[in-house]
Design a binder for this molecule. Structure first.
Ligand SMILES: *[C@@H]1O[C@H](CO)[C@@H](O)[C@H](O)[C@H]1NC(C)=O
Ligand SMILES: *[C@@H]1O[C@H](CO)[C@@H](O)[C@H](O)[C@H]1NC(C)=O
Ligand SMILES: *[C@@H]1O[C@H](CO)[C@@H](O)[C@H](O)[C@H]1NC(C)=O
Length: 289
């Protein structure tokens, strides 16, 4: 081998090792999981472990969302594994990750039909497990009067390696469920992808899956439309990257109604964190079936 070839081969080997350790390489794990979790000293730490703990909290009481894969988390995981009749190693492997998402992804969040004091508007979005089915969302004022109902799509990107829709915990997956702080922002700069009208931004998750997801793990969950190529209002809307898609007419109407409620249009933050304004609205997204 020439020294050039040797160097090239070495570089490729190093690159492949680096790549396989990169957090974006999933090695067959369903996102948000991407690595095997085993107890180490010091413990492994990360957002994947916070989500793991949130999912385990749906099977067991008093699970701390520490983000550390410690003895307690591993013990609860082994209990989950034995309840599901799989190898109770206490380690997170691909099979366990799939079963955990299948059984525990639904957060059980239920909308209470109310708006907390101090907020000027609420948007309620019911969703089906099959996000390809568009649903009717509602805009309320602070007395819970319905001001508008409108069609929405909350389907995120497809995972092309599995042919399945990406779940709520994936970077570009379905819109997360739960209760969130919401605010009215000036238009995004790209009307083709986001429409020409002001948008609403999910600022912070309060309960449900949104509690861990927004905005620590996913940011830029918006309610918007688009000037989608080859689309017209008789058609289903395109999949989003996690946003709530709605028809141009409806997003225009929302942008006209909110100021009549005393809602200020904030200068769009384009995802800047921490969010610099006091959120004026509430977003409630509930899995109904
Ligand atoms: C989900 O809904 C879409 C649109 O109604 C439908 O075409 C599709 O077959 C459904 N998928 C499943 C798995 O039920
Ligand atoms: C939505 O609003 C339209 C027009 O006001 C009304 O006819 C329709 O019944 C409403 N749909 C729902 C599901 O409330
Ligand atoms: C999946 O494939 C479609 C069609 O090629 C593409 O538009 C989309 O961006 C891909 N999704 C991801 C997450 O790469």
């Amino acid at each position: 081998m020439s020294s050039f070839t040797t160097v090239t081969v070495l570089l490729l080997l190093i690159l492949s090792v680096v790549y396989s350790q990169d957090s974006s390489s999933s090695d067959g794990f369903p996102c948000p999981f991407y690595r095997e979790l085993v107890v180490k000293n010091p413990p492994l730490n990360g957002n994947d472990i916070i989500i793991l703990q949130q999912l385990l909290s749906r099977s067991f009481e008093n699970v701390a969302l520490s983000g550390n894969f410690d003895q307690t988390t591993s013990y609860l995981l082994s209990k989950f594994q034995s309840l599901n009749q799989i190898d109770d190693s206490g380690n997170l492997d691909i099979e366990t990750a799939n079963i955990l998402l299948e059984n525990n992804l639904a957060d059980g969040y239920k909308d209470n039909g109310m708006i907390p004091p101090g907020f000027l508007y609420k948007v309620y979005v019911p969703v089906f497990k099959n996000r390809s089915i568009e649903t009717t969302a509602f805009l309320y004022d602070n007395q819970m009067n319905v001001l508008l109902n409108f069609t929405v799509r909350t389907h995120g990107q497809m995972d092309n390696s599995t042919g399945l829709a990406m779940n709520e915990f994936c970077g570009d997956g379905s819109t997360p469920t739960g209760l969130m702080l919401f605010d009215f922002n000036s238009p995004e700069p790209d009307p083709v992808s986001f429409g020409p009208y002001p948008i609403n931004r999910a600022v912070q998750g309060l309960t449900g899956n949104a509690y861990t997801i927004i905005s620590n793990i996913r940011d830029g969950i918006l309610l918007h439309t688009g000037e989608w190529p080859n689309w017209n209002p008789s058609m289903p809307m395109p999949n989003s990257h996690g946003c709530i898609h709605s028809h141009p007419d409806d997003i225009y109407q929302i942008s006209q109604i909110l100021p009549t409620l005393g809602v200020q249009m904030r200068q769009n933050t384009y995802g800047q964190l921490p969010y610099p304004y006091q959120p004026q609205g509430i977003l409630s997204i509930e899995l109904i079936e």
